[in-house]
Design a protein around this ligand. Structure first.
Ligand code: FAD
Length: 51
């Protein structure tokens, strides 16, 4: 069984995992993300400037 582990589940990690899953790149893809709130991730912080 082919497995892929993506470290970091914010915008880039989740997008990478999604597209690899859609492409059938592995039997199992695991995203490792220690912070379910994404409090310190850059992606939600950058969106804080949208008005
Ligand atoms: C205020 C601000 C404004 C910005 N403006 C722009 C802009 O105008 N244009 C532009 O192109 N970019 C901009 N950026 C940059 C852009 O937002 C980031 O480059 C992008 O969001 C990064 O996404 P990412 O998923 O790589 O990282 P992040 O969103 O930072 O996610 C990284 C994830 O990895 C996890 N992680 C960290 N260490 C580990 C570990 N050891 N094991 C497991 N998980 C781990 C974290 O918990 C986090 O969830 C801006 C950023 C900020 C903060």
């Amino acid at each position: 069984m082919k497995k892929i582990v993506v470290v970091g589940g914010s915008i880039i990690g989740s997008s990478t995992a999604y597209h690899m899953a859609m492409a059938g790149a592995a039997d199992r893809i695991v995203v490792v993300e220690p912070d379910p709130t994404y409090a310190l991730a850059a992606a939600p912080r950058s969106a804080g400037g949208v008005h």
